[in-house]
Write a protein that binds this ligand. Structure first.
Ligand SMILES: Nc1ncnc2c1ncn2[C@@H]1O[C@H](COP(=O)(O)OP(=O)(O)OP(=O)(O)O)[C@@H](O)[C@H]1O
Ligand SMILES: [Mg+2]
Length: 417
């Protein structure tokens, strides 16, 4: 019987030796048992009554056991109109993600409906059981305003599903590279807000008592709520950090090409700072709206970091690669400072990269300078835009326009699996 991360220390020991057990025992092809040896809070009934902890613990917390609800397959079928195609929000390596609605019942009476996102394992998925289990063990116990909330799961026959809070604005990937209605260009201040939120989520993982290495930091795993608050999702590849005496854990190389740190791809040595590299790649994507890896670009430009790195160290060169949809409406000093920060995150040597705590501090300093009040002629226009993005009025915001000229290159991510 696997013990999940009922025992964090057990997992920590396991992770330093290499491949972390999924904590699941499969007694036959249909039966999977989830370790709850320390007595979990997994419940069949109320989840929505349970506090997310966001309000009470603005700096996040690690719960002793997963606080999750078990959903029935029938309930999820009803919530997603039998997994109807028009409820599909997106698709990744695990399977399709559907939008659903759950009725919250109070005293036996129907109350409000709550939107949820339901991730359903595709039978051909290579990621499958292990990542499903890891998501429950990690995300089920982590609570922070910048981590997406896992509400529960379903395990029936061969069906494996994960149920999350619904993130209204979808993924950062959709906004940076999407087409059609999902492709409204993000104003500068919102890009900065998203970078700070995502950085805080990673910083929490890295500085928590039991350090967690996220391992799959990328634009598609940064989800946005209705006010563009960023939350990290997908803990399928998360790992416990190294023990105090070690600098890294050794693992099978997994992650996404274009985002994975060079030392990790080359050696399988995974450092906390390997996540910082992935953050640096996302910073460059945020500045340029170019994908980390795009096989449709000319060969020398396919890998974004290789191509853009030399452009980050000079203001003039940076200007040439900034997202043209910003129409120059960004403070060039701040953009340059972010480019410098990205360069540090992308340092070849993990130890030369900043910690995520330092990254958060730097980004917040840049934001603070950015937001210094200044009189502006078109204040009313700004205010309208600010409202749309759930913000106090800010400077340097560009009007919103549709992304007509961007193509959506390979939606499929390139897993190093
Ligand atoms: N909680 C959520 N709320 C709203 N949309 C979501 C949610 N979770 C996922 N999505 C949407 O579904 C898409 C697919 O997500 P998923 O995590 O399955 O794949 P991915 O991140 O693109 O790739 P990978 O399998 O490598 O993680 C996301 O890009 C996002 O648009
Ligand atoms: Mg994902």
């Amino acid at each position: 019987m696997g013990n999940c991360w009922g025992s964090l220390t057990d997992d920590l020991a396991a992770s330093t030796t290499g491949h972390l057990s999924a904590g699941t025992s499969q007694t036959n092809s249909n039966t999977v048992s989830i370790g709850t040896s320390r007595g979990s809070n997994i419940s069949r009934n109320s989840l929505f009554s349970a506090s997310s902890g966001d309000e009470a613990f603005p700096n996040g917390q690690i719960l002793p056991t997963p606080n999750l609800r078990i959903f029935s397959f029938a309930e999820l079928k009803a919530a997603t109109k039998n997994f109807r195609s028009d409820t599909v929000l997106g698709e990744g390596g695990f399977g399709k993600v559907y939008k659903g609605w759950l009725d919250e019942k109070a005293n036996g009476k129907s109350g409000n409906s709550t939107a949820i996102a339901v991730k359903k394992l595709n039978s051909e998925s290579m990621q499958g059981l292990e990542e499903w289990q890891s998501e429950i063990n990690f995300l089920g116990r982590l609570s922070h305003p910048n981590l997406v909330r896992l509400l529960g799961y379903c395990l029936e026959e061969k069906e494996l599903l994960l149920i999350y809070e619904f993130m209204q604005k979808g993924s950062l990937e959709n906004h940076l590279f999407g087409r059609g209605s999902a492709a409204q260009s993000l104003p500068w201040d919102i890009r900065l807000k998203i970078a700070i939120g995502a950085a805080k989520g990673l910083a929490f993982l890295h500085t928590s008592d039991k350090q967690v290495i996220y391992r799959d930091f990328k634009a598609s795993n940064i989800l946005l709520d209705g006010s563009y608050n960023a939350k990290i999702s997908d803990f399928g590849l998360a790992k416990m950090g190294p023990s105090a005496s070690q600098s890294h854990v050794t693992t099978r190389v997994m992650g996404t090409y274009g985002y994975a740190a060079p030392e990790y791809v080359a050696t399988g040595h995974l450092y906390i700072k390997s996540d910082v590299y992935g953050f640096g790649v996302v910073l460059v994507e945020i500045l340029t709206s170019l994908r980390a890896l795009d096989p449709t670009r000319p060969s020398k430009q396919q890998n974004l970091v290789d191509w853009i790195k030399p452009h980050l160290s000079e203001r003039r060169k940076l200007k040439g690669v900034m997202d043209h949809r910003l129409e120059g409406k960004y403070p060039s000093k701040a953009a340059f400072q972010i480019a410098q920060l990205a360069l540090k995150c992308l340092a070849t040597e993990p130890k030369h990269r900043p910690s995520m705590k330092e990254v958060v501090e730097t980004l917040e300093r840049i934001q603070a300078v950015n937001e210094r009040p200044r009189e502006s002629r078109n204040r009313s226009t700004r205010r309208n835009i600010a409202r749309q993005y759930g913000q106090q009025p800010m400077h340097h915001q560009s009007p919103i326009h549709l992304n007509q000229d961007k193509y959506r290159a390979h939606q499929n991510v390139h897993h190093v699996r």
